[in-house]
Design a protein around this ligand. Structure first.
Ligand SMILES: *Cc1c(COP(=O)(O)O)cnc(C)c1O
Length: 637
């Protein structure tokens, strides 16, 4: 465990949990040990305490877990991206301009899209739609004629018609051709409706990116057109006398690209393709780089998959410079640069807050000084190994005890020793593992195979949330999110543990945590106190997590609370959405809850008839059942 001899300070907590590294200036710790959030990065004079927000949420009758959104953080991120591009354009004397297009799929909630269209209006920040439903949402939200509405994704006739109608209404709606087969339909529908469409092509670049989501770029990408297909499209547009409609080149290397070099390579290659399209006579105006701008989830500023080795500022400068370098050389006019950053805009906006329900500690009884003479031989070997264990032979001892433990188990399975004898063997084994774990911590670097055993010995913190519903990427693809206590940060965390959720699934846990050296299997936590709640937060969860989640164990949507921070440090609750009730989630999986209740009434009546319960008891039981249907799917305080 962590030594507690020196006086603990909030600075040490900040260092331990990497708050300044991943927090992008939004998060800090107050002198009384509360995690705070500010709307003005780096300035904590008017920061708001997260435990105070929790108290406010609970006073309003909402239970944990809660997804907390801070409106200002989304607005700050929108401004940050746009102003950084504007600054880069100005300082490099770029002749084109920049337009953002927020990809709806990253967080489709109305509040989010509203914030982007409303707050983003001063930058003409537009939207990107990848499906009919997203386009319909976008057409209903979008009001700015100077921004773009980019339509990616495979398109049917209805999708194309909708896009053309948007053009009729004066939107800069770009239909991006993803498959060769879409073009004839687009030409036919445009002629039928008498609309001159704005068209784009999605190119499959040969530049590849690394990272968890990189498959969407590169030669083997399932999306986009190769060079021959694009040439074919040009020829067909020429034949239809519509080559001037082709105005946009789009590519998307993948999301969360940690390495700036890959971003630069993509920009350089795409700029050459852009110049090629201009040379062919297309009416080119826009170069759309897609998403990829990464979030530094672990705060290491490296090209590790959960980080990025560049700042937003460097990203913008490198993109603008990359486009200029190629196009100046080819003597091509500078295009309007579009990026479809989603993750970087919305990740900071939301945090998941939850309470710890209980903990389990691994603390086996101490062993006697010696074992009885007739102890099973391999248990004796285990005991001797424990006696001889030291820093130099840890590895050998570890291998030995695994062997002896298996011998003990086998002897039991073959009926050679009793259950009690087997228990003694395992007891010695676990005590030895404990010693090994303690010694391993003293080694300069903890060998990989010991990480697992250290984790087995650490505490389990049972937490009131579902990984599958609220942090799906942590489960599905091993994404790391910063997680930490939101209070008691002026006290030393004296325990090491990992988190288990309330699904009864062995994958329902979080045992990979951010660390300066890669990934940790446990995290420092405080011991629970009697009669006191302990709250943790998972941060930077605003991108992709909210609707990818599922109903594992029928745990539904959490309560959602939105807060706006004012300049004087006061805050308002500007939105609350109650999470799913049990009735809601049952109806999602096609239950007829009225029929359930009717059947349950009959069952209870039968029990009365058989004399198992009284009519009064039946009433109470039915009340409890009905209240359960109306209740939250998580544990209620
Ligand atoms: C998913 C996606 C994005 C968003 O990418 P981020 O890395 O989240 O910014 C942008 N464009 C397209 C085409 C996408 O599929």
């Amino acid at each position: 465990m962590i030594p507690t001899l020196e006086r603990w300070t909030t600075e040490r907590s900040a260092e331990l949990y990497g708050v300044s590294e991943w927090g992008a200036g939004f998060f800090g710790i107050s002198p009384n040990g509360d995690l705070q959030v500010t709307a003005e990065p780096g300035n904590f004079t008017n920061a708001v305490s997260i435990p105070e927000i929790i108290a406010g949420i609970q006073a309003r009758g909402l239970d944990m877990p809660v997804l907390l959104r801070i409106e200002n953080l989304l607005e700050t991120q929108i401004s940050l991206l746009n102003t950084n591009f504007l600054t880069a354009i100005k300082s490099l004397n770029y002749k084109g301009s920049y337009l953002g297009a927020y990809p709806i799929k990253v967080n489709q909630q109305q509040q989010v899209v509203e914030a982007v269209t409303h707050h983003g209006k001063k930058y003409h920040h537009g939207l990107e739609a990848g499906s009919k439903a997203e386009l319909i949402a976008a057409m209903g939200m979008h009001t700015d004629d100077e921004s773009v509405l980019v339509c990616n994704g495979y398109k049917d006739e209805e999708f194309i018609n909708l896009g053309l109608h948007a053009t009729q209404l004066g939107y800069n709606c770009v239909l991006v051709i993803e498959m060769p087969g879409e073009l004839p339909l687009i030409i036919e529908r445009s002629k039928a409706l008498g609309v001159k469409p704005i068209l784009g092509v999605r190119v499959k670049l040969s530049s590849q990116a690394n990272g968890l989501w990189a498959e969407s770029g590169g030669d083997r990408s399932i999306f986009g057109l190769n060079a021959a297909q694009i040439v074919d499209i040009i020829d067909r547009l020429k034949d239809a006398d519509m080559l001037d409609c082709l105005q946009l080149l789009h590519y998307h290397l993948g999301s969360q690209i940690p390495n700036i070099r890959e971003i630069r390579n993509g920009v350089a290659e795409a700029s050459r393709v852009y110049a090629g399209l201009v040379a062919e006579g297309a009416g080119m105006r826009y170069l759309d780089l897609g998403g990829g701008l990464a979030v530094d989830y672990d705060g290491t500023q490296t090209n590790f998959m959960s980080s990025r080795n560049y700042s937003v500022d460097e990203y913008c400068v490198d993109v603008v410079e990359g486009v200029m370098t190629v196009l100046d050389e080819q003597e091509v006019d500078h295009p309007i640069i579009i990026t479809e950053s989603g993750r970087a805009l919305v990740a900071y906006y939301s945090m998941l807050l939850f309470n710890v329900l209980d903990t389990a500690r691994f603390e086996p009884e101490p062993l006697p000084d010696s074992l009885p003479e007739d102890t099973y031989i391999h248990t004796q070997h285990l005991f001797e190994t424990l006696q001889s264990l030291n820093l130099r032979n840890v590895q050998a001892c570890f291998n030995d005890i695994l062997y002896y433990r298996d011998e003990v188990r086998q002897a039991f399975n073959q009926g050679k020793i009793t259950f009690r004898e087997r228990a003694l063997g395992e007891h010695v084994y676990w005590q030895t593992i404990r010693r090994i774990a303690a010694l391993a911590r003293e080694l300069p670097a903890i060998p990989h195979e010991f990480e697992g055993i250290i984790q087995t010995l650490s505490d389990i913190y049972y937490c009131n949330f579902s990984v599958f519903q609220s942090l799906p990427d942590a489960w599905a693809i091993g994404q790391l999110f910063p997680i930490m206590p939101v209070h008691r940060l002026n006290e030393p965390p004296t325990r090491e543990g990992f988190l288990a959720d309330i699904t009864c699934d062995c994958d329902g846990k979080i045992d990979r945590f951010i660390d300066r050296q890669g990934v940790k299997r446990t995290m420092p936590l405080h011991a629970l106190r009697e009669m006191e709640q302990y709250y943790l937060g998972a941060f930077l969860v605003g991108a992709y997590q909210e609707t990818l989640g599922d109903l594992h164990n029928l745990l539904g949507d959490t309560n959602i609370v939105t807060v706006r921070i004012h300049e004087d440090g006061k805050f308002d609750f500007v939105g609350e959405m109650e999470g799913d009730t049990v009735e809601d989630v049952l109806s999602y999986v096609e239950y007829d809850t009225k029929a359930l209740l009717t059947r349950f009434r009959e069952t209870a009546e039968k029990a009365v008839r058989k004399g198992m319960i009284t009519p009064n008891q039946r009433r109470e039981i039915l009340q409890a059942y009905k209240a359960g249907l109306q209740g939250y799917t998580y544990l209620e305080g």
